[in-house]
Design a protein around this ligand. Structure first.
Ligand SMILES: [Zn+2]
Length: 262
């Protein structure tokens, strides 16, 4: 069974330099952890200058009957699900797809959560990052982290959940989407919604030279400095506008990017 020392010593070996970080985690991948998610969270908080995690809530989303073209969406196809959409509130649990660590983080003493109805973030000691998020620039907190020479930490997960790559896509001028969410008894139009991340592992060869990896239990923690990561993604997309798109035949968002980029 893993203890907090296993995580603190692993994180120490990554030499994160007390900079803030955004973390993504699959705790199940590590095997048994004494104290569970709280243990990992305490180890992270002891090792970085501030911590941010996505606390996204997809069950607020509504699909309208009509909307802008090339939006990676089949309009009017979700009437039954629209009726089940829930209005965003501060206490709404994190989507199960995002993982339990961010659900525990948002309840942690001193944690702040943003109010974006789909793409909220929670964090500790990163209030300056969280307060700059807007409905037009949902990933602004990642820009703040990059300005601070912050890190992406992948705990037992790969780049397909690396939200920061979406911010770099926007910087590279890649097509962004519009989505709609239910909040405060009205429909909120959410701009800058990202594309599909299923092809993001393709960036690995470009970032391996400056990524750091340490094994913990049955899994690993990978640390990628944000600034060179963003630059690597921007460079990749500028050289190849179709870079890092997934190969699924039925991927509406990747198809929309292909239509606009070619
Ligand atoms: Zn895709």
């Amino acid at each position: 069974m893993l203890a907090i020392e296993d995580f603190t010593s692993a994180l120490e070996s990554l030499e994160l330099g007390d900079k803030p970080a955004i973390a993504h985690a699959s705790l199940r991948s590590f095997g048994k952890i004494q104290g569970g998610a709280e243990t990992v969270l305490n180890a992270l908080l002891a090792s970085v200058g501030g911590l941010i995690m996505p606390t996204f809530t997809y069950k607020t989303m509504i699909i309208p009957e009509v909307g802008p073209p090339n939006n990676g969406l089949a309009y009017g196809m979700q009437r039954d699900l629209n009726r089940m959409a829930e209005s965003f509130c501060h206490e709404m649990p994190v989507d199960p797809l995002i993982g339990t660590l961010s659900e525990v983080l948002r309840h942690f003493p001193g944690a702040m959560r943003t109010a974006h109805p789909i793409l909220s973030f929670a964090g500790i000691n990163v209030n300056d990052a969280l307060t700059i998020q807007t409905i037009y620039n949902p990933f602004a907190p990642i820009g703040w982290l990059a300005d601070q020479d912050g890190w992406v930490l992948l705990l037992g997960v790969d780049h397909t959940v690396n939200t920061s790559i979406h911010y770099a896509e926007k910087l590279a001028g890649r097509h962004q989407f519009v989505r709609w969410a239910f909040a405060k008894n009205r429909i909120v139009e959410c701009h800058g919604f990202p594309g599909c991340s299923d092809g993001f592992e393709d960036i690995r060869p470009d970032v391996e030279q400056f990524s750091r990896l340490v094994e913990v239990g049955d899994s690993f923690i990978e640390a990628i400095p944000l600034r060179p990561l963003l630059l690597a993604v921007e460079t990749r997309i500028k050289n190849d506008p179709l870079a890092m798109l997934c190969q699924r035949d039925d991927c509406e968002r990747c198809d929309a990017v292909r239509v606009i980029a070619t």
